[in-house]
Design a protein around this ligand. Structure first.
Ligand code: UT7
Length: 329
């Protein structure tokens, strides 16, 4: 019997309609469009409406991914959601809520907490579950309502984040040329305190602002992010004997244009190969990579068989990279 590989079958995403521009933020905190653009590359970000929850954003992205994969919901045998803004803290998992809204029952469904690296983490899990032979079609979702944890009086963070969802179907293939080649993920909890959102009432029962809002030591995070994202990509390319020239699309986590540019220049990726959405969505954490991938797909840039490199970094700290062929149509 031929070996079964995990295959990235489809991508889908959803961006809420409401736009929060830099000009809007100028009216809320002491900042300017010029400062935000220069330091982050962000022009605007999307905000979910009050009654739109993370599961709703994930659901819309998931529907698109399922339709594009050409499968029925009853063929899906696992649902995994990465989010740091679940509808409910701890339970029920957002993945269970999305599965229920899709009418998917009696399958594995759970959430993963790996901040901005969440999507690459769940891609790793999906690959492992499929290549172990236990599963055939896994719905993975990265969705965030970050506006629910952002402090809109803190100019150091509120300019960065936005809401959205992205999803993919990871299926099977026996053709190595359309498989997910390699994924490496890692973490270092020594940096945990530099990016928290929000603190748990279990460990911090005192009622203060840190309970409610995302807190970030931006500059310190920035420095580690550049170094880690660069090393990560160098490592996965070397390990797989692939040169940067062979990559068709470099899709990094969309946190800050300066971080992306630093990695892009170091690796010598062209502008054309680098997928950018940070200017219009800001940082959407676990949704950032699938939203960027979906944009490139909808623009007709990503085709079946293209070699894609994902690179991510986030709170925890967590990080990871993935090397894959696009197996969708
Ligand atoms: O997704 C997870 C990973 N997250 C990241 O990778 C985010 C990493 N961090 C960043 O993107 C950047 O550090 C920021 C965009 C958050 C900040 O940019 P920075 O170049 O690191 O600025 P800074 O924090 O060193 O602050 C420089 C100055 C400070 O003023 P003083 O102390 O020099 O007078 C800040 O108070 O800029 C000030 N500042 C602002 N000024 C205008 C900070 N935020 C703003 C603002 N508008 N929104």
């Amino acid at each position: 019997m031929s070996k079964v590989f995990a295959c990235f079958k489809s991508i889908g995403a959803y961006a809420p309609k409401k736009v929060l521009s830099n000009e809007d933020l100028e009216k809320m905190v002491e900042t300017t469009d010029e400062w935000i653009l220069q330091r982050t590359g962000i022009k605007e970000r999307r905000l979910a409406s009050e009654d739109e929850l993370t599961s709703d954003l994930g659901l819309k992205a998931a529907k698109l991914a399922i339709e594009r994969a050409g499968i029925k919901t009853d063929e899906i045998d696992a649902v995994i959601c990465a989010t740091l803004t679940p509808d409910f803290l701890c339970m029920p998992a957002t993945a269970c809520l999305i599965a229920s809204k899709l009418g998917i029952k009696n399958v594995l469904a759970f959430d993963v907490s790996a901040a901005c690296s969440g999507f690459v983490y769940i891609l790793y899990l999906a690959k492992s579950l499929i290549e172990s032979g236990l599963h055939k079609n896994i719905l993975i979702i990265g969705a965030e309502k970050l506006s629910s944890v952002v402090d809109y009086t803190d100019r150091g963070t509120c300019i960065l984040f936005g809401d959205g969802g992205g999803a993919a179907i990871i299926g099977t293939t026996t053709d190595k040329n359309e498989a997910i080649a390699d994924i490496q993920i890692s973490a270092d909890g020594d940096y945990a305190h530099l990016l928290v959102a929000p603190r748990s009432r279990v460990t911090h029962p005192k009622d203060d602002r840190t309970l409610e809002y995302l807190q970030m030591a931006g500059n310190e995070v920035f420095k580690v992010a550049v170094k880690t994202l660069t090393n990560d990509v160098v490592e996965i390319l070397q390990k797989n004997g692939i040169s940067a020239d062979e990559i068709d699309h470099f899709i990094p986590h969309q946190a800050n244009l300066r971080i992306i540019e630093a990695v892009r220049e170091k690796l010598n990726f062209s502008h054309e190969k680098t997928v950018l959405t940070v200017h219009k969505y800001g940082n959407t954490s676990a949704a950032s990579i699938p939203m960027a991938m979906n944009d490139a797909y909808e623009e007709g840039r990503i085709k079946h068989g293209d070699l894609i490199l994902l690179d991510t970094f986030g709170g925890g700290f967590t990080w990871g990279s993935a090397l894959l062929r696009f197996g969708g149509k």
